[in-house]
Ligand binder design. Structure first.
Ligand code: IMP
Length: 424
């Protein structure tokens, strides 16, 4: 029995949902530890295909308790839509709980997210999902935000809104947007309380008991380290910490209790949104990765930028997150490539670097590649290491060597069983 954090090791969209869905079949508790409905976890299982945004990927196991924890920001309207869709496919959704410390995304946060993005100078767009994530976390940091627990006490909520709304209305006015009326927010929160009130809990006693009873606990992150507020490509980052450190603070579990940190990497790279992306391919290989890999944002539908695997970024990711295991996803997408490249270093001005620099350095980085022969056959039916062609084995072993963590999972397709589990 163990506590496992599942962490995005690249720019997001690595296939974490798929790994959590697989592991959640045996988990007692799945905790989503940061972010909001900007996430896009695609899960395909016997119930159908689901794009999860805020609901933890453990929802499909009725025996698993799912907690949306203190480190998250929640829009109850999207959560309701998502849960209704899951429920309609015959899955019980009574097993989801929200920590009363989670912050609430209110309608004006979305308006401000869009307006702030519009106001950024050319080439400085973050490419936000416009879900209100940044403005909501800003309110949290300045201690004027509204938390899930506040909606359980209307008098307290009104007082908090009386302090918050004049500030927000000044910001809305600055962008030429309509003011927010306190009664409308009170009504909205009353509706949310009616639907979600019984599910808003203090998660600490439950998590503590589960830890002490040595239950199987999964900590589910959103996005990847390259969009981390502190360690990613600031300012083209999100407003929270997808790293394993963020898992501890977001879920309320001490670092010393975590046994396993699974870094999820795609067998190539993709990024959606602004900022540097050194291995980006603007040629036919990039188009092919996007088409074969169906690389379109699960939340926004935007085409993702695609490129070869960046081992400089992934090795940094392994260091900051402390991966104990690696999950390599979407290996099958490379099945039809004759040559496959891995970025092993950057050239910045006249210097060769293998330590990932900060945003400014990455903006100047030119990738240095090593090249491998493709295996040119389908891996979709591989279920064991031995089923993989030798050239595919060589490629994934090289990735693991460069990243610096042992391979535990290799996924070769979106279905639940299209996965190879490595014993040793
Ligand atoms: P925000 O989190 O919506 O503020 O967006 C900040 C940055 O993170 C933008 O560049 C987004 O494109 C990116 N981002 C947010 N959510 C996701 C996701 O689920 N997958 C990939 N990128 C994301």
């Amino acid at each position: 029995m163990s506590i496992t954090a599942i962490v995005g090791a690249q720019w997001g969209d690595e296939g974490k949902g798929r790994i959590v869905d697989y592991l959640a079949q045996k988990a007692n508790l799945v905790i989503r530890y940061q972010g909001g409905d900007n996430a896009g976890h695609t899960v395909i299982n016997e119930k159908g295909k689901f794009a999860l945004h805020i609901v933890p990927s453990g929802i499909f196991n009725p025996e698993t308790m799912c907690i949306v924890s203190a480190g998250t920001v929640v829009n109850f309207d999207t959560m309701a839509i998502e849960l209704d869709a899951i429920h309609a496919s015959g899955v019980t959704t009574d097993n989801i709980f929200i920590d009363l410390r989670a912050h609430l995304i209110l309608p004006f946060h979305k308006l401000l997210d869009g307006a702030e993005e519009e106001s950024r100078k050319e080439n400085w767009a973050v490419g936000t999902t416009k879900r209100g994530i940044g403005p909501c976390y800003s309110d949290k940091a300045t201690r004027i935000g509204i938390r899930a627990g506040d909606i359980l006490d209307p008098a307290r909520l009104r007082t908090r809104l009386e302090m918050l709304l004049p500030k927000k209305n000044r910001e809305l006015e600055y962008f030429g947007l309509p003011h927010t009326d306190i009664e409308q927010v009170m009504e909205l929160c009353a509706r949310w309380k009616h639907r979600f009130g019984p599910n808003i809990i203090d998660s600490v006693p439950i998590v503590r008991q589960a830890v002490l009873e040595k239950k199987e606990i999964l900590l589910e992150g959103q996005l990847g380290i390259m969009r981390d507020l502190d360690w990613g490509i600031y300012p083209y980052s999100t407003s929270s910490n997808p790293t394993s450190g963020g898992a501890c603070s977001g879920a309320g579990i001490a670092p010393s209790r975590i046994d396993t940190v699974v870094g999820v990497v795609k067998a190539y790279s993709s990024s959606v949104g602004g900022g540097p992306f050194p291995t980006e391919l603007l040629d036919s290989d990039g188009e092919k990765l996007r088409a074969v890999g169906a690389e379109y944002g699960a939340t926004t539908g935007r085409p993702r930028r695609c490129g070869w695997f960046d081992a400089v970024a992934a090795n940094y990711s392994c260091w900051i997150n402390g991966f104990t295991d690696l999950a390599i996803t979407k290996l099958d997408i490379l099945d039809s490539f004759e040559r496959i490249k891995i970025c092993i270093a950057y050239r910045i001005d006249d210097t060769i670097v293998t330590d990932l620099p900060d945003t400014i350095g990455q903006e100047k980085a030119e990738p240095i590649y090593e090249e491998w022969e493709g295996w040119l056959c389908s891996t979709a039916h591989a279920r064991t290491w031995e089923d993989l062609p030798i050239k595919a084995q060589t490629y994934v072993l090289r990735l693991a060597e460069l990243v610096g963590a042992p391979i535990k999972f290799i996924s070769v397709g979106p279905e639940r069983d299209q996965i190879i589990i490595m014993d040793k």
